[in-house]
Ligand binder design. Structure first.
Ligand code: ADP
Ligand code: ASP
Ligand code: MG
Length: 441
């Protein structure tokens, strides 16, 4: 038997009838593409609204007891136009009724959001002539809300083994009490990975609207170069720091089974895209693999003479954060100084409590909080072997007149994290990209 490919198509790949046609052509061009995971329809143009966001808005109205029929009609219209344009013999009228009824009975925000992928997958299954498998009852979360791989494998594996093909909605599964729960936003990527693991696929193809993972966010740097090969570890670093192309948790199910992920472009299927693998002998000619970053961090700067010889100083500072339910991102330190980086969202409203607690525990000489910090991760398995990487980053930033607020190098030497002011974020990413990539061409 030939191997199986699991293919996941994101929202923009399934945004309208024309995109459905491209998707069907891709699937039908390779008989190994038997299992398909689908997202809800995404944006058709920049100012458009994703079905998932329309569903959230609609449900919020329903939950407040407001009339949501107009909002829901707009959602129906999106699906109906796809069905009509593709001339598919399917009607979703019964489903619409069920969903509206469930909304009126407050079925929950997760249930509401999940209907985007549910309806879209029904349409795609009908269009392809594939089976439809509802992940409710096959993909499971545990009591604590984390994904339960064992339970899922035990029910999904026999189900899919008995099928020649299937379309499976992404983004959701069931709680032990059979209510619907979704992954976090972008979670259809995780479903694709789970299905690939379940059928022990040769490859997990993740089809989106870019020709693979790019060295940096195309919304920050114009036309960045694609990454040919990236390791799971590098990808996780970049995804965590905001490279949104693949959900950061999507690597776990496939990684354990050594199944590679291939990011591909639905609009340019001829492009090879990016391969995500466990290990790769070839290193990027640019030394770095990728750059990603996020705004919205705060830094707590703490100074105290002889801090370094005070036993348990760092632990006590972190305890003060822990007591306030705040986790830290990075903690670079000097001899008499320590900086703790946290997300600004997690600190809002707790500033005074945190400073008081630190004061009480370690009696610093000076302390302050600075907001509007961006973190940029420069990631690459090649950095360990190349000398002077950090030096190149700093001279590029100095050249661009950007003030570096913080630096932290991971002990694995897989990444260097740099903190800059929010207003310098874009220019900093551009400067780093230019020094490693543009000047190497
Ligand atoms: P999908 O709807 O297919 O799941 P997403 O919108 O979740 O697609 O992810 C693809 C988008 O991720 C791209 O259109 C791009 O704007 C954004 N993106 C951010 N960082 C990167 C990066 N480093 N490489 C490629 N795309 C990126
Ligand atoms: N439709 C969901 C979202 O917009 C899940 C996904 O697209 O992966 O987040
Ligand atoms: Mg996505």
């Amino acid at each position: 038997m030939t191997g199986i490919k699991v293919v996941k198509f994101g929202g923009s790949s399934l945004a309208d009838a024309n995109q459905f046609k491209k998707v069907a052509a891709i699937i039908k061009s390779d008989e190994q593409r038997k299992f398909v995971v689908a997202s809800a329809p995404g944006k058709r143009f920049d100012s458009d609204i994703k079905i998932t966001d329309m569903l959230y808005a609609c449900y919020d109205k329903a939950a407040k007891g407001e009339n949501f029929s107009e909002n829901f009609a707009a959602i129906e219209e999106r699906y109906n136009s796809i069905i009509n344009e593709l001339v598919i013999n399917i009607s979703l009228e019964e489903d619409y009724k069920t969903i509206k009824d469930a909304f009126a009975h407050r079925a929950g925000r997760d249930y509401a959001a999940s209907r985007g992928e549910y309806l879209n997958s029904k349409v795609l299954a009908a269009y392809l002539g594939y089976n439809f498998v509802d992940p409710a009852g096959y993909i499971y979360f545990g009591e604590d809300g984390t994904f339960d791989l064992e339970h899922t494998l035990s029910v999904l594996s026999p189900k899919l083994a008995g099928l020649e093909n299937a379309v499976i909605p992404g983004f959701y599964g069931s709680m032990p009490n059979d209510t619907i729960k979704t992954f976090s936003r972008g979670g259809s990527d995780v479903t694709g990975s789970i299905v690939a693991r379940t059928v022990n696929a040769d490859i997990y193809e993740n089809w989106t609207d870019v020709s693979g993972f790019l060295i940096c966010d195309p919304r920050i740097v114009e036309n960045p170069k694609p990454i040919t090969t990236i390791t799971y570890k590098e990808l996780r670093e970049l995804a965590y720091m905001g490279a949104g192309v693949l959900h950061e948790d999507a690597i776990f199910p496939v990684r354990a089974a050594g199944i590679p992920i291939n990011i591909r472009n639905t609009n340019h299927p001829e492009d090879k895209g990016t391969m995500i693998v466990s290990d790769s002998a070839d290193v990027s000619k640019y030394v770095i693999t990728g750059i990603a970053g996020k705004k919205g961090f705060s830094v707590i700067n703490i100074e105290k003479d002889m801090m370094n010889s005070e036993l348990g100083f760092g632990r006590n500072v972190l305890r003060a954060l822990e007591k306030n339910g705040i986790s830290f991102e990075h903690m670079p330190s000097g001899i008499d100084t320590m900086s703790v980086l946290v997300s600004t969202d997690s600190l809002i409203g707790k500033e005074k409590a945190v400073l008081d607690e630190i004061n009480y525990r370690v009696h610093p000489d000076h302390m302050e909080i600075e907001n509007n910090i961006s973190l940029i991760a420069v990631v690459g398995r090649g950095m360990r072997k190349a000398r002077g990487t950090a030096g190149r980053i700093f001279s590029a930033l100095a050249h661009a007149k950007i003030n570096v607020r913080m630096i932290d190098q991971g002990s694995s030497e897989l990444n260097i994290i740099i903190g800059v002011n929010d207003e310098d974020f874009k220019a900093a990413v551009q400067a780093i990209y230019d020094i490693f990539v543009l000047t190497q061409e």
